[in-house]
Design a protein around this ligand. Structure first.
Ligand code: MLT
Length: 264
């Protein structure tokens, strides 16, 4: 389905009914990241799964900032007339957006799930690498972003089929959207000062072999958010929901079920 959000056609899928859970994908992926959580979670939860502006099946958009992505999500929830606080599940760039959503819309957040992400902004060197990548994508297309990421995304156990599927998805993303997302990530705020203010329940998830946002990053978030849970997914790299879907779903379901009703 699509709906007009902040001037663009935003694609989203809705499954199930119950307490709302908003899934935010990473860079430069799409809502397909969450395909395998739908079946096991839709019984009991209302799953809201958008493709971020400029990516996946959403309209191409040259505008991008982590704040704008977060505002799109708030507007989507409004458009869906979802008035209850939502559980926000963000992976990698989706986690950067989840932090910003929390800063802007804290009262609408029931709980946070921070998967394979980090609180800190890029080091100057990492920012320079992303900017160099953005310039190459402008000239040569999204294929260079797919090539750059593909080996970092997956753990050693991931099948060639899985790698091929995601290379295909990334390389067919609109270059304009990929560049906008890269610059959004470069310009993001350091979320470490936010950690201590997170008073909603939080789950931190990381793949054992995550090479982009490794265990250290997960531990920083876990230590900073009082009462948070940390779950390491054995055998997975950065793409936990597609590399170890059963394990990912089990920890997510357990966390969601522990929240009870929507009263805060
Ligand atoms: C992501 O998976 O969203 C990105 O790889 C995150 C990043 O490069 O910082």
């Amino acid at each position: 389905m699509k709906t007009k959000i902040n001037g663009i056609d935003l694609y989203y899928a809705i499954h199930g009914s119950g307490e709302p859970v908003l899934f935010v994908h990473g860079f430069p992926l799409s809502g397909r990241l969450w395909e395998q959580v739908v079946e096991p979670l839709q019984d009991g939860y209302r799953l809201i799964i958008p493709d971020l502006r400029g990516l996946g099946r959403s309209e191409v958009s040259a505008e991008g900032s982590i704040g704008l992505f977060a505002d799109d999500l708030a507007a989507l929830i409004d458009a869906l007339e979802e008035r209850r606080p939502v559980v926000v599940v963000g992976l990698s760039m989706g986690g950067y957006i989840a932090f910003e959503f929390f800063r802007r819309q804290g009262g609408r957040v029931r709980a946070l799930v921070l998967a394979d992400t980090q609180a800190q902004a890029y080091t100057p060197e990492a920012a320079r690498d992303r900017e160099a990548l953005a310039r190459r994508v402008e000239k040569e297309g999204s294929i260079v972003a797919a090539d750059w990421l593909i080996d970092k995304l997956f753990g050693p156990k991931a099948s060639q089929e899985l790698r091929d599927t995601w290379w295909q998805i990334m390389s067919s993303s609109a270059p304009v959207g990929v560049v906008a997302a890269l610059r959004a990530m470069i310009g993001r705020a350091d979320s470490r000062p936010t950690l201590a203010s997170i008073s909603v329940p939080a789950l931190v998830v990381v793949g054992e072999h995550d090479a982009i946002t490794p265990l250290d990053d997960a531990q920083t978030m876990h230590r900073g958010i009082v009462g948070s849970r940390l779950e390491v997914i054995p055998g997975a790299g950065h793409m936990t929901p597609v590399e170890q879907p059963d394990r990912f779903v089990r920890v997510l379901r357990e966390f969601l079920d522990s929240l009870g009703g929507s009263g805060r």
